[in-house]
Design a protein around this ligand. Sequence first.
Ligand code: MRU
Length: 352
Amino acid sequence: MLPTIEWKGDSVVMIDQRKLPVSEVYVTCKTASEVAKAIKTMVIRGAPAIGVAAAMGIALGMRKSKATGTKQFATEFQKICDQMAATRPTAVNLFWAIDCMKKAFAAAAQSGASVDEIRQRLDEEALKIHDEDVASCRAMGAYGASLVPQTARILTHCNAGALATAGYGTALGVIRAAVEQGKTIAVLADETRPFLQGARLTAWELVKDGIDTTVITDNMTASMMQQGGLDLVVVGADRIAANGDVANKIGTYGVAVLAKEHGIPFYVAAPISTVDLNTPDGSHIPIEERSDREVTHVGSVRVTPEGARIRNPAFDVTPARFVTAIITERGIARPSYEASLAELCRTPPGRA
Ligand code: MRU
C-alpha cells in the first residue's frame, strides 16, 4: 500500500483521497494551517487518520515556530491545537490525538525542557501516535479474523482501510488478516454516497491487494441481504459512546438494522482511541453537517435542481442493540457494552 501520510523532510505529505481512484497524487503540507485545511477538505479522512494528521500537523507547526521562550512557544502551541480541533467534530480520535500532544507538551515543560527539547518531544509523540495506530490495526485484524468463517462474503460501508488509518485499516484490517490466514473472502463494498468512500477508496485498496471486490450502490444493500449468502458486516467507527452506540459514516445505521433483520452479524472494528467513555450515549455525539455541494453534484455535474433544500449529515448513530461485537486492539467487546468497553479501556495496551 502507498503510505496514507508521512514526513518528507520538514513537510507532511498525504495521498489526496479526493482524487482517488482516478489519480494517485500527493499533497505536501509545509505548515500546520495547511494540515488543518487538508483535514477539513478531506484530502485525508477517516477517524484514526485525521488523529494522526492532527498530531503531525501540530509537530510540524512547532518545528516551524520561531519562538525562543517557552511562554510564546506554549501560546503558539495552544493556537495550533485549537486550529486542529476546529477541523471536524465527530471523530473523537482527532481530540484524543490533540490531547496526547498536549500531555506530551505539559510533561516536557514541567520537567524544565527547553523549546528545542519540547519540539523534539512533540515530534516523538506524533511518530508514536502514527506507529501505534498501525500496530493497533494489526492487533484488531488478528482479533477480528477469528470471527470470520473460512469462506466468507463480507459487506463493508465507507472506507475503514489503510487510507483511513496510518496503515492496514480497522474494518479492512479484519478483512486483510482473514485473507492472510488463507481464508476465502469476497467483499461487497457499499458505494457510500455522497463522498463515495466505498466505491472510490475501499474498492481501490482491495483491488490493489487482489481481494475479490464487488461495488454496490447503497440502495442495493437490502436486496443483497435478502438474496442470502452474506456472512457478516464489518465497519469502522468515528466515535463509540460508553453504552456502545456507534457513530460512523451516514448509512451505517441502515446497514445495521438490515443486518439484524436478516440475522447477519454486524461487527464494528475500532481502536480504543475511538471509544469515548465521557459520552454516555449516541445522542451526545456531535454530527458533522457537510456542504450542500457534496449532495447537489456528482463530480462536477449538478444532479439536483436549484431551489431544492439539501441535507448532508456526514455520520449517523447506530444504537448498541444492533452491534453484535466491537473489535478493538485489546480484545473483543460484547454486550452489555457499558461493562465490556469500560473493562477494555482499563486493560493496559498489549495485555488483552
Ligand atoms: O467522513 P469520513 O470519510 O472521514 O468518514 C470516515 C468513516 O466514517 C469511517 O468509517 C470511520 O472513520 C472509521 S475509519 C477506520
